[in-house]
Design a protein around this ligand. Structure first.
Ligand code: P1T
Length: 384
């Protein structure tokens, strides 16, 4: 558990929040408590832990660190980002409505449409990135507004403060999936959001070696989610918790390099004759560049790109990179290239995807922290 160090700067919190020396042994780094259970002195008399589904010291350290980084009162860690999303949606009742931005990770859309809709939840989507789009789909039955920003995969930027005001005026809760930004670039709770959700698989873990998720927010909203976490049981094991905790320590320095590399590549891509459109919130002509400037510290490591040759050109680029690995996921130190239509967003029906601009011509880049000249050369030879 350890102290939360709320008054310290971001990097100090990343390295120290929840990460005091181990009380049992003095270990400087939080140990991997690989134990399913904890010996009690007498029934009900123990040192705060009984059984690792209900609580584990390594996971508790991660949860304290995550709460400190997002500025939330409490955090809960899950076995995946989708397990975290499931936990939030499970606090709703059949008949409740969710108002969501249309540009979403494909797995989140699949969860809403194919798991929670049959169960009775009513999801509604807006294609508009402005607050008016949400105003049009929020009804008296709306309990939850759900957004990603930047969005996956079109890198749209949504105004968290404005959408939080609308949600609260209409009696709903705003949850922000902060996976693409990470808490280093953006803290939605400070902007008015009620809940933050993460796939810790991405920038928080940072090394493409673990699957995890988290929910962060106020204690009153987290209490029913904590009940669900223990009752339903989708928790991360101690080793996975430790990997995320280890990744978090270097989040600030990694994000700075991700952002610098992505900015340089986005500016270079715009100049290339083969390129039709570059989606990057740091470009001055991005439709929501000003909102991004206001609510983010920098513009992130994700770029989407559309080539002039359409699907065929996209296919060539996807199979020709040597440094960028053709793979799902994002946010690791190594650069990845992906095809949302057939990979991360394949679970969205083709007609809906195409109408939203996620078609066969779209390529997504997760820019890693390698030398930017090498990354530029790789993209250059792949599109030439
Ligand atoms: O994969 P998992 O840890 O369960 O996280 C799901 C998830 C949630 N939210 C966002 C914004 C995401 O991007 C993801 C997972 N996304 C990918 C695997 C991807 O390549 O886009």
């Amino acid at each position: 558990m350890g102290t939360d160090r709320t008054s310290d700067g971001f990097s100090t919190r990343a390295i120290h929040a929840g990460q005091d020396a181990d009380p049992a042994t003095g270990a400087t780094v939080v140990p991997i408590y690989a134990t399913s259970t904890f010996t009690q002195e007498s029934p009900g008399q123990h040192k705060g832990y009984e059984y690792s589904r209900s609580g584990n010291p390594t996971r508790a350290a991660l949860e304290t660190a995550l709460a400190a980084l997002e500025g939330g009162e409490r955090a809960l860690a899950f076995a995946s980002g989708l397990a975290a999303t499931t936990a939030v949606l499970s606090t709703l009742k059949p008949g409740d409505e969710v108002a969501a931005a249309a540009d979403l990770y494909g797995g989140t859309f699949r969860l809403l449409e194919r798991v929670f809709k049959p169960w009775g939840l009513v999801p509604r989507y807006t294609e508009e990135t402005g607050v008016e789009g949400f105003a049009a789909i929020v009804t008296p039955a709306t309990r939850l507004v759900w957004i990603e920003t930047p969005t996956n995969p079109l890198l749209q930027i949504l105004d968290i403060a404005a959408i939080a005001r609308l949600a609260h005026d209409r009696g709903a809760v705003l949850a922000v999936d902060n996976t693409f930004a990470s808490p280093y670039l953006q803290t939605p709770i400070a902007l008015g959001a009620d809940l933050v959700v993460h796939s810790t698989t991405k920038y928080l873990g940072g090394h493409s070696d673990v699957i995890g998720g988290a929910v962060i927010g106020r204690r009153d909203l987290l209490d029913p989610i904590a009940f669900y976490q223990n009752a339903a049981g989708g928790v991360p094991g101690p080793f996975d918790s430790w990997l995320v905790l280890r990744g978090i320590k270097t989040l600030a320095v990694r994000m700075e390099r991700h952002c610098a590399n992505a900015r340089a590549l986005a500016q270079w891509l715009v100049e290339q004759p083969q390129v039709e459109r570059v989606y990057y919130p740091g470009l001055p002509d991005h439709p929501n560049h000003e909102v991004a400037r206001r609510q983010m510290r920098d513009f992130g490591g994700m770029i989407s790109v559309r080539l002039k040759g359409g699907a065929a050109a996209a296919q060539r680029m996807l199979t020709r990179t040597r440094l960028f690995s053709l793979a799902e996921s994002l946010g690791g130190v190594e650069s990845l290239i992906g095809h949302p239509a057939t990979m991360t967003h394949a679970s969205i029906p083709a007609a809906i995807r195409a109408a939203r601009g996620v078609d066969d011509g779209l390529v997504r880049l997760s820019v890693g922290i390698e030398d930017v000249e090498d990354l530029r050369e790789d993209l250059d030879q792949a599109i030439s």
